[in-house]
Ligand binder design. Structure first.
Ligand code: AMP
Length: 253
């Protein structure tokens, strides 16, 4: 396994990727089984897999959230060594934003609802960094989790609108035994909050109406940002204390 931190090194190494399929897994680190499932899928489907670890400041609409985001590169590297992944790309902010974010990708429709409404600017930051990483790595396939469903739809739209030659592969959400979607943010929950957090997916899956789900969540102590049905899914965003959780489940058709 090779850890690349410099763009120039990446460009040099990329010369050896010719005629090989390259799978790419973008992450913000603090890896869990959800991230690792994307890696495993990529390793099954490609000759080479590159995973990036970059806490992208431009997609945080809140400085406190950015500062609190878990930074665990050495533990992440150990997990990826066990998996025998080929490359980790872990550049710094200065390298990825020589323009200081003066060039941005802005989507004007899909990005304005749900997550976009509650996290203004989030999707411009996300789309811009994904575009930069695609240009640098030039993957054959890129792997995204269905957990961030709106993000997945926006990345697909980015690729089809800008004719980027990469296949986007959607990966199912990995959950703990009680159904809670794995997330780096779960580490911030206290034991009591974790117990309550498990109810989030249970209620999303229930046959209750969106309003009833919202009501039940509030009774359990969640602050609810939205619970809604869209794209044949029920999606939700909630807060428990300072921790924000999102999830979605596919609806039966
Ligand atoms: P993040 O590091 O949170 O930006 O996530 C990196 C990628 O992993 C994104 O494509 C996420 O959708 C995906 N991901 C995060 N959590 C999970 C999960 N529990 N199951 C599957 N994929 C996930």
């Amino acid at each position: 396994m090779n850890i690349i931190t410099e763009i120039n090194d990446l460009l040099e190494i990329r010369k050896h990727f010719q005629n090989k399929s390259v799978g790419f897994v973008p992450t913000m680190g603090n890896l869990h089984e959800g991230h690792l499932s994307l890696c495993k899928k990529s390793m099954d489907e490609n000759d080479i897999t590159v995973l990036s670890v970059f806490i992208n400041p431009t997609q945080f609409n809140n400085n406190e959230d950015l500062n609190n985001y878990p930074k665990t590169l050495s533990e992440d590297v150990e997990k990826l060594k066990n998996l025998q992944i080929d490359y980790i790309f872990a550049p710094n902010e200065h390298q990825l934003y020589p323009d200081k974010f003066e060039i941005q990708i802005i989507e004007t429709h899909l990005s304005k609802t749900l997550e976009g409404e509650h996290r203004p600017g989030h999707f411009s930051g996300m789309l811009t960094i994904v575009m930069k990483l695609f240009n640098l790595i030039q993957p054959t396939r890129a792997y995204f989790g269905e957990k961030d469903y709106q993000q997945l739809l926006l990345v697909r739209k980015l690729v089809s609108s800008l004719f980027i030659p990469v296949e986007i592969i959607a990966c199912e959400t990995i959950r703990n035994k009680d159904g809670l979607a794995l997330s780096s943010r779960n580490n911030k929950l206290t034991m009591e909050q974790l117990f309550v957090a498990n109810k989030f997916s249970e209620l999303l899956k229930s046959h209750l109406s969106d309003a009833e789900v919202e009501d039940q969540l509030k009774k359990l102590g969640f602050e609810v940002e939205y619970i809604t049905k869209k794209w044949h899914r029920r999606l939700g965003a909630v807060r428990l204390g300072n921790t924000r959780l999102i999830d979605n489940i596919q609806l039966e058709v």
